[in-house]
Write a protein that binds this ligand. Structure first.
Ligand SMILES: *[C@@H]1O[C@H](CO)[C@@H](O)[C@H](O)[C@H]1NC(C)=O
Ligand SMILES: *[C@@H]1O[C@H](CO)[C@@H](O)[C@H](O)[C@H]1NC(C)=O
Ligand SMILES: *[C@@H]1O[C@H](CO)[C@@H](O)[C@H](O)[C@H]1NC(C)=O
Length: 275
């Protein structure tokens, strides 16, 4: 049939009525095929998202932290500074226990070594699960680098605590602890925090931040919470970096730091206390 000029119809029913029979038939024939293809694609993409480790999320979280580090952090506790000390003290708990968000070994005999930083992380059906249990190693050759952010408002006194449970309680949980009975106290140092959030993927002895001051020594003993000398925490939100070291031959501490809810607790924590 020769094509002839005609005015474009605007009425949908009219257009449908004039659709060529072949086209309408083809659309009907292929409809189930297109439906099943799109169904398959949807199922595949859902499966892919379930089985892919969520590296994208990790990257964006690292980026957010990095960004947060360079931003001005205003005091979010507006007006608390106007409360009188008696009232403030009554409202606050005795202590806040802070688990360092960065806690990694560096070795002076292997200055370029980057220790594995997610030893207990594993890929599961739900993606990468990172239990955040740092491997603590403190000996003649190895120091720990820790980073925290000062929390909350009005907790200006800081100390570092070592909490080591009764070793016999650990055996039942398959948790291991190396702690020589006559180990001398470890040394706590304040490090320079000016270069911001440390990157666990590159942190080594060679590029660790410089020491600024010696805080105090800290004895590590089983069955007891031991504390360092107290120091000023600094303002809320401040990023602070520390080194735990011990240069004596008899130093030998090694364990996996538990999560805050793990009982019995075996950890180095920062204790923030009200003034
Ligand atoms: C703080 O406030 C409480 C309750 O209003 C009052 O009893 C107390 O005397 C105040 N203390 C000071 C040091 O102003
Ligand atoms: C420290 O490093 C030296 C030299 O590599 C090594 O001989 C020694 O066993 C190490 N000590 C500890 C406690 O790892
Ligand atoms: C401890 O380890 C042993 C051997 O690996 C295992 O059979 C046992 O189930 C573990 N116990 C706990 C509480 O994880």
């Amino acid at each position: 049939m020769p094509a002839r000029y005609s005015i474009l119809r605007l009425d949908e029913d009219d257009i449908a009525a004039h659709l060529h029979d072949d086209v309408a038939q083809a659309a009907k024939d292929y409809l189930p095929l297109w439906l099943s293809i799109s169904c398959c694609l949807t199922i595949l993409s859902v499966l892919a998202s379930l089985f892919t480790p969520r590296t994208g999320q990790l990257r964006s979280r690292a980026f957010t932290l990095e960004l947060a580090n360079h931003l001005y952090q205003p005091n979010v506790y507006i007006g608390l500074e106007r409360l009188n000390d008696t009232v403030l003290k009554a409202a606050l708990p005795d202590r806040l226990d802070i688990f360092p968000h960065v806690f990694a070994p560096v070795s002076n005999v292997e200055p370029g070594r980057v220790f594995p930083n997610d030893g207990n992380a594993r890929v599961t059906f739900n993606g990468l699960v990172s239990p955040g249990e740092p491997h603590i190693i403190i000996d003649k050759n190895t120091s720990m680098i820790a980073q925290i952010r000062v929390q909350d408002y009005g907790f200006a006194r800081c100390a570092i605590a070592s909490t080591i449970p009764d070793p016999t309680l650990l055996v039942a949980q398959n948790r291991t602890l190396k702690l020589s009975p006559n180990a001398p106290p470890i040394d706590i140092w304040i490090l320079d925090s000016s270069s911001g959030q440390l990157d666990l993927k590159t942190l080594s002895w060679r590029n660790r931040p410089a020491r600024i001051a010696h805080v105090s020594t800290l004895a590590v003993r089983p069955n007891e919470e031991m504390r360092s000398a107290e120091f000023d925490c600094g303002t809320t939100g401040l990023l602070r970096t520390f080194e735990f070291s011990c240069t004596h031959d008899a130093c030998n501490i090694e364990f996996w730091q538990g999560q805050p809810e793990t009982k019995p607790r075996m950890a180095f924590t920062f204790v923030q206390m009200p003034l």
